[in-house]
Design a binder for this molecule. Structure first.
Ligand code: SF4
Length: 294
């Protein structure tokens, strides 16, 4: 049977066949054999080789994606550089809003404040204030605390949580105070932080509130949150936040500044839904990271 030309096949009503694969030409610098191999893979003439090529391409794609820099999560607003005028305005508003700010823990001596501060970790100030009157009546000084029966002390502070660790910290710190400082709570940050169980935050609380010595700024969860929202720092580590805040706030206001932020954090700028619409700091607050407010 004679072969028909494509034109004559179309004329005679032969259904059109799928277009043939384009002929693979070798790229400049590529041999004809290599081009032919590629053609085989593309056509599926060698399924195993084609699958391997596909797998390798997918792997390369995943690796390239992993190498791509990951964008930081978008924040609601960008933190501005804290300029002195804005910080001064914030301090003025805070001073006006909380004229009676003071330490929320009840104490009469530096030692009592030290013990109360140790107890306040992961516990409310109200709960600590309910616990300390009996405690301070039973253990009037550092020597009495140092000689306390651990089980008895644990029982007395049980309601403040983490009672075993807290009892250990109190016993060790008081033993050090008796042994190295004649029973008196030391007056420097260095000496205080050398006591077992006493960290920088506790030392700053005692120095600022019991001795009136501005040694640093107390940074707790409220201070961390507000310092960030107010655009005063973008740090999350307590010590780094403290060192970022110290040059911004006048030294004589360091102790009060912590109280102001803690009170404001509890009353207005709470963690989940800050009350920005009624906040006196709103005109000076960039609300960094705030996505939901009332
Ligand atoms: S304006 Fe909003 S985010 Fe800023 S301090 Fe006030 S409550 Fe907090």
């Amino acid at each position: 049977m004679p072969r028909k030309s494509p034109r004559s096949r179309r004329k005679s009503g032969t259904p059109p066949s799928l277009p043939a694969s384009p002929r693979v030409r070798s790229a400049p610098g590529q041999s004809r054999t290599r081009a032919a191999k590629t053609e085989h893979v593309l056509k599926g003439a060698r399924p195993a080789a084609a699958a391997a090529a596909k797998k390798s391409a997918a792997k390369k794609k995943v690796a390239a994606k992993a190498r791509r820099p990951v964008a930081a999560p978008a924040r609601a607003r960008k933190a501005p550089t804290p300029d002195p005028v804005r910080v001064a305005a914030l301090l003025e508003q805070l001073r006006e809003a909380y004229p009676d700010a003071r330490c929320a823990l009840d104490f009469r001596t530096p030692l009592q404040l030290l013990v109360a501060t140790i107890l306040s970790a992961q516990c409310t100030d109200e709960r600590v204030n309910m616990t300390t009157p009996t405690l301070f009546a039973k253990y009037p000084d550092a020597a009495a605390f140092a000689a306390a029966n651990p089980a008895e002390l644990e029982r007395m502070i049980h309601s403040t949580g983490f009672f075993r660790q807290k009892a250990k910290s109190i016993l060790q710190a008081c033993a050090d105070i008796v042994a190295r400082h004649g029973g008196e709570v030391p007056r420097t940050l260095e000496a205080l932080t050398e006591l077992r169980g006493v960290g920088r935050k506790t030392a700053n609380v005692v120095l600022g509130n019991a001795y009136g010595i501005a040694s640093g700024i107390v940074v707790d969860t409220h201070v961390t949150r507000l310092a960030n929202r107010l655009g005063l720092t973008s740090e999350q580590d307590a010590v780094k936040i403290e060192f970022a805040l110290m040059p911004l706030v006048p030294r004589e206001s360091w102790t009060l500044f912590s109280h102001w932020l803690i009170l404001h954090g509890r009353a207005v700028c709470n963690a989940r839904k800050p009350r920005c619409s009624m906040c006196p700091l709103a005109p000076h607050c960039p609300r960094v990271g705030v996505t939901l407010s009332q």
